[in-house]
Design a protein around this ligand. Structure first.
Ligand SMILES: *Cc1c(COP(=O)(O)O)cnc(C)c1O
Length: 406
């Protein structure tokens, strides 16, 4: 049974008011709220268990280590990784993508190519530009059409033995478009030996993920967008690839033997987890997975898709409102502008006065904004706790903004 009121009751923050109005939180693609169960686990760690992991012989250190490793196994199941040591704790998607692009440095040379898409977040663009600067490789970008849909015939043209990396997101944070990553991965495997990287920051909160079925080499996501604390994230990598590549950060935890004559590295996952990790956050990320499992992925997806359909329908009733990616397969996000009326931040400010939190601006995806020749959009994004009534309030607010700004 999907009981929205029961779900909402687990998020204390949803009871607060903003500017004298009940909070309508529709900025979930930036970060989701955290349920009490996650906050309790986090709090419990610091009140009952706090100790450094993997180091101490003493009881607390061992308990903290056990809890963090249990969380790693929950995440392994969550993405269906073959082994728990293929699950690396990071501080988020940005760190994961930077880590991957860094450790691939020695695998690329002048004239090689990296393929990304027009729909990427800056954190899936800039690390690859930096890798190009280090190696002389060239970036190729799969274009989109006016619906925001990737034009995969370009991928066919781009793929060759020069292609060393293909890195795309599963869901666009700016438009909510669901990209056909199965097809992208199949084409890439058939026509190159490239490493395949999936940015799952906007898919992990909404879909069930199966990295083995996908057959990607890397999959990265952020905890804070899927009900876990900030400063948490996951890098999944295939065992043989992670074993082959060099470490990223050097330091404690990641060595087998350290001496001035030379250092050998620890096995996975510790080779990629130098330094003291975010133990409390990593444990709480496991609790966030429990929270999602308890509701059920299909229930989450059904509810969020119903919200998206309803939001699009209500918003499109407003004269002069344009939804970007209107006809594309999407999840979780509706991105729009009122044509000829102010700029997105003006609309966002009026909504905020009504307690409605949305994101405005370029959403860390300036190339998409350039493509549509706009400075930004108003983005409403949904989580499992949002309601149809909240969408009515959003639509009402947008109408009010239109009246005030015309
Ligand atoms: C949010 C986001 C990122 C960056 O995630 P951080 O948590 O800020 O590191 C990357 N890609 C996509 C698609 C995102 O939505």
């Amino acid at each position: 049974m999907f009981d929205i009121q029961e779900i909402r009751s687990q998020f204390s923050i949803l009871n607060r008011e903003v500017n004298g109005k009940p909070l309508v939180y529709l900025d979930n693609a930036a970060t989701s709220q955290k349920p009490n169960s996650v906050l309790e686990v986090w709090n419990e760690y610091y009140t009952e268990l706090n100790a450094n992991v993997h180091r101490g012989i003493h009881t607390l250190s061992q308990l903290a280590t056990e809890e963090m490793e249990l969380s790693r196994r929950k995440i392994q199941k969550f993405i269906n990784a073959k082994n728990d040591f293929e699950v690396i704790f990071t501080k988020g998607t940005t760190e994961g993508l930077n880590l991957i692009s860094y450790i691939l440095t020695s695998k690329l040379k002048q004239g090689d190519e990296i393929i990304i898409s027009y729909l990427e977040h800056h954190s899936n663009i800039v690390p690859w530009q930096l890798l190009c600067d280090r190696t002389g490789a060239k970036l190729r970008v799969i274009p989109i059409d006016e619906n925001g849909i990737l034009q995969l015939d370009y991928l066919d043209q781009f793929l060759s033995e020069k292609t060393k990396v293909v890195s795309v997101n599963q869901v666009s944070n700016a438009l909510g478009i669901v990209n056909p990553i199965e097809e992208i991965i199949a084409k890439t495997r058939a026509n190159s030996n490239a490493y395949i990287v999936i940015d799952g920051a906007q898919s992990a909160p909404h879909f069930s993920i199966d990295v083995q079925a996908l057959d990607c080499d890397f999959f990265v996501f952020s905890g804070h967008k899927m009900y876990a604390p900030m400063g948490t994230g996951i890098l999944y990598g295939k065992q043989e690839i992670l074993e082959d590549l060099p470490p990223f950060h050097g330091g404690g935890e990641m060595i087998a033997v350290c001496s001035f004559d030379g250092t050998t590295y620890a096995g996975l996952p510790f080779k990629y987890e130098a330094g003291t990790p975010n133990v409390g956050g990593n444990i709480a990320l496991g609790a966030a997975v429990d929270f999602m499992n308890k509701i059920g992925h299909q229930n989450i997806q059904n509810h969020e898709n119903a919200l998206l359909d309803y939001a699009q329908k209500q918003l499109l009733k407003i004269d002069g409102l344009k939804v970007y990616g209107e006809n594309a397969n999407r999840t979780g996000v509706v991105s729009f502008n009122l044509e000829g009326v102010g700029i997105s931040s003006d609309v966002g400010m009026i909504l905020d006065k009504m307690g409605v939190a949305v994101r405005t601006g370029h959403h860390c995806t300036q190339p998409i904004m350039d493509f549509f020749n706009i400075a930004g959009t108003v983005r409403a994004s949904f989580a499992v706790y949002n309601t149809f009534e909240e969408i009515d309030l959003l639509a009402e607010g947008v109408k009010k903004a239109q009246r005030m700004l015309s």
